[in-house]
Design a protein around this ligand. Sequence first.
Ligand code: ZN
Length: 679
Amino acid sequence: MFNEKLPKIWYGGDYNPEQWDKEVIHEDLRMFKLAGIDVATVNVFSWALIQPSEHVYHFDGLDAIMDNLASKGVSVCLATSTGAHPAWMAREFPDVTRVDSEGRKRKFGGRHNSCPNSPTYRKHVALLAGKIAERYKDHPALLMWHVSNEYGGYCYCENCAAAFRKWLQNRYGSLDKLNKVWYTAFWGHTFYDWEEIVPPNGLSEEWGNRTNFQSISLDYRRFQSESLLECYSLEYDELKKHTPNIPVTTNLMGFYPELNYFEWAKRMDVVSWDNYPSLDTPVSFTAMTHDLMRGLKGGQPFMLMEQTPSQQNWQAYNSLKRPGVMRLWSYQAVAHGADTVLFFQLRRSIGACEKYHGAVIEHVGHEHTRVFRECAELGRELQLLGDGLLDSRLESKAAVLYDWENRWGVELSSGPSVGLKYVDEVHKYYDALYQLNIQTDMIGIEEAFERYDLIIAPVLYMIKPGLADKIEAFVQRGGTFITTFFSGIVDENDIVTTGGYPGKLRPLLGIWSEEIDALYPDMHNQIVMKTEFGPLSGEYSCNVLCDLIHSEGAEVLAEYGSDFYQGMPVLTRNKFGAGEAWYVASSPEASFLQGLLAKICLDKGIKPLLVTPDGVEVTKRTKNDQSYTFLLNHNAAPATIHLPESEVEATDLLTGNILSGAIELAAKGVIILKQQRNE
Ligand SMILES: [Zn+2]
């Protein structure tokens, strides 16, 4: 568990008592108890209050908050307050504000506005984190450290430009090497002096999300992700100096595009993240995101750091979570490996842009609201659950590969189609496994592949050094590997591997992709099965891109149904060592992928956790000799689930009832089946 001081699923969330007077805080503490809230995340945006000028620090306010919470038995996830720099700092030390992608020098305002290479910012975040750690290291309320808040955004200032040149010198050693890997012979870009290199933004190479030079833009993304990570690390190190045993986290944002979270997770004790799906986000997308966050640290439990109890404020249409949905989605997080359920926010602000963001305590100020009642009900349940689920793991035989740098490469690519969205293609495969109730891990390229029987790498466009060999070794040993169109195209600098696509994956896949066709949104081709394969037969629709491939030894299971490449392969399987490597040359409709993966999983002995009606999600966490099967009914109607015959008794953890045979799951309902493991 994250901290033995609180051996249960932590429940609470962001709390901003600095916005309130004593009477309100007194009321809040009374209501926290009613709601079963035992954790408050405080001090996220208090930098300006704590440090009113360069050499002055005031901790009285935070002291009172910490003491107050401790006196009522509420533990604290204590933030370092560096989520937004003070106005005085921006005025006195202009290096702290960013230059944006259009080259404009930012003024004070907003929150993600500090330059990660500002000497002033770096000095002061380390100082402040150190002072806070020293002051509160022995405080009875201290449970966890929360560094800054939702790091993100890039800066293009002169300090960043200078640091980028240094970063490049470390990475490439010489300008000759840099000119080569950046392909600067193109458009007369040869550099003769490091000082000639400028950040790629709207003043140089980029416009919007497009770039003239992918190699430069890719390196700038790597560099900025690392720069922000260095800022985080400065604070991390200060906290650890004073409290080596208190875990440190910062709240991530799922598939957030700009930071390479696999690198970040290496410097975090615990991964935490903020989950804000909208009403129309597919539940399988939320599930996939939880799995990605769990996958950042090899499957360790993570923290659900923020979610809204009712509604967000920044979306175009901020729908309410329907009755039961807050509870259902909270358990969805736990079902995928979260050991906390935390909200943003505990009390609703009354000013600025988050006053219409939901909270446990609404503007009316009392506990007689739908939202509060639902929160209090969940709080009671989590207290009853105790420590049983903590540290339990999800065991998966199937994994989907996701790589941030690959995403940057795909999204920065000029051509072949603006319709190609890497995350959407990843989700298509994840969703097929999800609908089949096949438990799946989301993994990075550094994960140990031998843990899995099936690895799917949609649109593996960028093959970094060693990756092709690693995949070959996995298949050689008997693994099944699936990849798709537009894979194996470039190296880590977005330079094309010559000699035919899919480059270094070509021997493994036993195919050659000669050309890549881009389809307009209303265009489709067909995947025509040559023979039946499990449930697959006949014809399926495909779109986005169509690779025109030739078999070089791979078995052709399906061919295109139309256009001038009618009859060319679209689905191939290549035996390689003891395993097999599949190529899906276009982006298929969902029913095709479900059929394909159902058959491949069946052949590999990868079993669904249970058979459930549509809309009923199932996951399984295990710990020691116990298993916990989560059944989550996302439907607006009740569902019936038939439990398989078992000699082992199944207890509903939430009610204590013994269950067997056909069981009824209420609309938006949750059941957690606890069983003795029998393997
Ligand atoms: Zn900067």
